[in-house]
Design a protein around this ligand. Structure first.
Ligand SMILES: *Cc1c(COP(=O)(O)O)cnc(C)c1O
Length: 406
């Protein structure tokens, strides 16, 4: 008799986006004349930059020629892309990362989900609340948690991100080994300063722990004082893995390209307490389970680092930031307590209502769709997330309606 991995049965079914869709459909049925504006989406809406499209086309044409055909490429990614990443995203900011520490993949979702399999099932895991749900669910699947009780899994150290700590979690009270951090944060839009990030790096060094730093929204940082990479912090090379993606800076959500940085000095320990470098482990996993991102997609990603590509992606991100600024301004003027909206496409809004109640009220009064905060963790109760991923015209209309109604 074949038995299943019963840890999957502990997972909480996520009805978040299907519940939202149901409530929107029912609203539209009852108010066929009212148009709905979606500010709930975590997906980009604008087309790929011209430089990427051009490189993509050229590479596709190459694939149709004898001399330009590419079969299996290196699992870790082509040298041209790894080199461009190392130079532009790290060395240019003073972070000492080399091309052979970059692993190109088809998504930061897969990488942030898969990374945990390198570590022991006994690893004590710390996960922010609220946050992108992938980190938690993949640890549940692996069997690192107990049951789900009162909105939380037993055995996980939750890092509460609340108004009290300005949405940057404090160090955990109990010892932990594996620490997930996500800045600029999804869903709160909060950022972390160099000083605050240094506290986590120091903690990891002192406790032989490892930080998994998700910087998917790095391109939205416009405040020069904020770190774009954890490797801007002294000592991070030994204790941090960083995840990046072309999804949010260059609109690659449907094209698929991302990368993970594993510095050579990054260490974990075997049961005898000996240091073990993480780089060869991730390399082995990647080569065994992944066969590389397609050649045309890697050429399209490389184009992000051309002069044209840099200007175009900066304009793309800038347009979303303009939306975010408008949302934050109106929400602030209405007297709401909120965070995000600068250095991030998300605005995290507090109210005294339950987050689904807030969602229904907003939809009913304005036809604007948000995301209820409760879908991102227990600390998200009483919050909603508004997203800047829409056209400026739609955001303007949405905010005018919100201004009138609330
Ligand atoms: C969108 C997003 C990602 C990117 O995922 P991809 O699989 O690269 O599209 C990663 N982390 C967070 C927090 C995100 O919001």
């Amino acid at each position: 008799m074949l038995k299943i991995n019963e840890h999957y049965l502990k997972l909480q079914a996520s009805y978040l986006f299907s519940d939202i869709a149901k409530r929107v459909a029912s609203f539209q049925e009852q108010h066929p004349d009212k148009d709905v504006i979606k500010l709930g989406i975590g997906d980009v809406t604008k087309p790929l930059p011209g430089a990427c499209i051009e490189a993509f086309h050229t590479a596709v044409d190459e694939m149709g020629t004898e001399s330009g055909f590419h079969g299996y490429g290196p699992e870790q990614g082509y040298e041209f892309l790894r080199q461009a990443i190392a130079e532009n995203d790290f060395q240019a900011r003073g972070a000492k990362i080399t091309a052979d520490e970059i692993f190109v993949s088809d998504g930061a979702k897969c990488d942030t989900g898969n990374i945990q399999e390198l570590f022991s099932l006994g690893a004590r895991v710390a996960i922010p609340d609220p946050v992108y749900p992938v980190y938690l669910d993949t640890n549940v699947m692996a069997g690192r948690t107990g049951a789900f009780v009162d909105g939380r899994y037993q055995g996980i150290t939750y890092l509460d991100s609340t108004r009290a700590n300005n949405y940057v979690p404090d160090l955990p009270a109990e010892p932990v080994d594996l620490i997930y951090l996500c800045f600029p944060n999804n869903p709160t839009g909060s950022t972390i300063s160099k000083e605050q990030l240094k506290i986590w790096v120091d903690y990891a060094r002192e406790n032989k722990a490892l930080i998994l730093f998700d910087a998917a929204y790095e391109a939205f940082i416009r405040d020069d004082a904020l770190p774009h990479s954890i490797y801007e912090i002294e000592g991070a090379r030994e204790v941090a893995i960083e995840f990046r993606s072309f999804s949010k800076n260059a609109g690659f959500t449907g094209t698929r390209c991302a990368y993970t940085v594993v510095p050579k000095e990054c260490m974990a320990y075997d049961s005898a307490g000996n240091k073990q470098p993480v780089h060869p482990l991730w390399n082995r996993r990647h080569c065994t389970k992944f066969n590389g991102v397609s050649y045309p997609v890697q050429r399209a990603a490389e184009a992000v680092y051309s002069d044209e590509g840099k200007a175009q992606t900066s304009a793309l991100v800038g347009s979303y930031l303009k939306n975010a600024d408008l949302i934050a301004r109106v929400i602030g003027e209405l007297g709401f307590d909120y965070v995000g909206g600068d250095n991030s496409p998300y605005i995290w809004i507090h109210s005294d209502r339950d987050s689904w109640n807030f969602f229904d009220m907003l939809l009913g009064k304005t036809g604007v769709v948000c995301t209820p905060g409760a879908g991102f963790g227990k600390c998200g109760r009483g919050y909603i997330r508004l997203s800047a991923f829409n056209s400026y015209e739609n955001v303007e209309r949405a905010m005018e309606r919100i201004r009138q109604a609330l």
